[in-house]
Design a binder for this molecule. Sequence first.
Ligand code: NAD
Ligand code: UFG
Length: 336
Amino acid sequence: MAILVTGGTGYIGSHTVIELLNNGEEIVIVDNLVNSKKTNLDRIKKITNKMPKFYKVDILNEKELEKVFKENKIDKVIHFAGLKAVGESVKKPLLYYQNNVTGTITLLKVMEKYNCKNIVFSSSATVYGTKTIECKEEMGRGETTNPYGTAKAIVEKILEDIYKSDNTWNIAILRYFNPIGAHESGLIGEEPNGIPNNLMPYIQKVAAKELPELSVFGNDYDTIDGTGVRDYIHVVDLAKGHVKAIEKLNNSNGGIYTYNLGTGNGYSVLQIIKAFEKVNGIQIPYKIVERRPGDLAKYYANVSKAREELGWVATKNIEDMCKDTWRYVQNELNGK
Ligand code: NAD
Ligand code: UFG
């Protein structure tokens, strides 16, 4: 039996595929390559010695998706496919609801038709809204502030309703905090298109001298040094969380489980800059600018549920995240 990984050539998907292949799983990837490159498959092969089966398919295309289910014995799905730029989602809400909500509904319909009722869904800490500093699963969802976040909350609700209607479904909702870093081989990492919105991709471009300086969005928050605090998690730790989630589904006859995947520690923007500079011996020029609208001062994960129920904890620290990111960027610059 195979695991279908939607969005499997993307940033988190490709790291997860590596961990799954290393764990002996058979993998089928579906991705429309809207935000990733097919060459990631060769890199996955280089790291694992295994080539996952790949279909260039849009999850909105029900017929094509059905073909994938017809041609393979799929009993579980890890669903990463989606658009993820928060700012773009504000400008193009219909695109985001269509791709991220309708795309998921299409996938779920096909899964149901082929009697595949095991799914791991990529959710986000954004579903907590403005509710909290230390986010706990049992607090439930808060008020989302952009279509990207609302789409995540809607999909979580859809999954809950599906489980209510048929409790033979086995569903793991994983709420990621801030994934950064790259595979330690330096072969796979995050490759943002254009000018990045997120902190680490921006630091990468400044470090590579593709952008002159980082803008730090506000230094007057009620935090350790006035800059925003987030729970950054190494993408390989995050990927390993998915292997644990699959194990959880394997041992369950039906259920819906929601887990935070973070480290439980918050770091400020300035702490990240300093760590990156220190471990890599490189300067990151920055200037303090206005706060970015919609940003929260500080939030991080409570990770006890994932630790207790999945037996999963993040093991990599901020230094690992900064070192691995820079190794990947250097390899890319050297045309590896
Ligand atoms: P990514 O853009 O690198 O990967 C997503 C992949 O999905 C891409 O390869 C893209 O080509 C593919 N895709 C998009 N729409 C598709 C469609 N309609 N059909 C088929 N393929 C499609 O992003 P990522 O950072 O790896 O994120 C993976 C998932 O995790 C997303 O659902 C994202 O919302 C979620 N997430 C990401 C973060 C983060 O900070 N990176 C945080 C929380 C949640
Ligand atoms: N920041 C800067 N300068 C930049 C970019 C970011 O100072 O150029 C700051 C932000 O103000 C924030 C911190 O760095 O304090 C992290 O910002 P990111 O944009 O990297 O991440 P966010 O926490 O804003 O958002 C991320 C994902 C969203 C997801 C959210 C959920 O990008 O997809 O986490 O927690 F919804």
